[in-house]
Design a protein around this ligand. Sequence first.
Ligand SMILES: CC(C)(COP(=O)(O)OP(=O)(O)OC[C@H]1O[C@@H](n2cnc3c(N)ncnc32)[C@H](O)[C@@H]1OP(=O)(O)O)[C@@H](O)C(=O)NCCC(=O)NCCS
Length: 169
Amino acid sequence: MTPVHGFQGQYQIIAPDVILGSNLRLSSFINLYGCTIGDSTTIGAFVEVQRGAIIGNACKVSSHTFICEGVTLEDEVFVGHGVMFINDRYPRATTGEGTPQQASDWTVSKTTVMRGATIGSGAVIMGGITIGSRAMIGAGAVVTKDVPAGFLVVGVPARVVGPTPDAQP
Ligand SMILES: CC(C)(COP(=O)(O)OP(=O)(O)OC[C@H]1O[C@@H](n2cnc3c(N)ncnc32)[C@H](O)[C@@H]1OP(=O)(O)O)[C@@H](O)C(=O)NCCC(=O)NCCS
């Protein structure tokens, strides 16, 4: 693991295979393994980032969020509190024979959140989704389809309501 140059809390589990950038803010009670985190990014308390997830530069990931395998956050992405990413559309604990599933028994659905996008607190992002650059996801939304760049979506399932509130006229 690369040494952290920035703020680092306590009670962290950061696996030796994690690739960390510089000037990070890593809060307490985080669990990181097999992932990559870019420069000047903040990771809030009680966040888990799984193997293969990639988080870019200058991102902010708020507390209690889960970022799973297959997720890429490009630079300057904001993720609110308690956001859940999903990467297995039809999950099962076991195979048809009743034995615990292995990595080879299911397929990861990959999700990309493009540069500068925002995800509101409590949102659920289904697998295989692309959230466009500077798009915004309302709090509590369940995102089931791609979100176009620069647009705001809200609700369950999430629907486009228009350009983001901070869009230039
Ligand atoms: C979606 C959001 C950007 C809309 O903000 P806004 O443009 O100021 O919207 P308004 O508050 O004026 O509400 C406009 C309408 O959308 C509805 N609305 C607002 N937020 C909503 C949400 N998250 N989900 C569903 N509907 C929402 C309002 O009820 C209102 O409906 P109406 O026109 O039928 O009365 C904002 O409410 C939001 O969810 N932001 C995310 C905040 C967040 O999670 N921050 C994380 C860290 S604290």
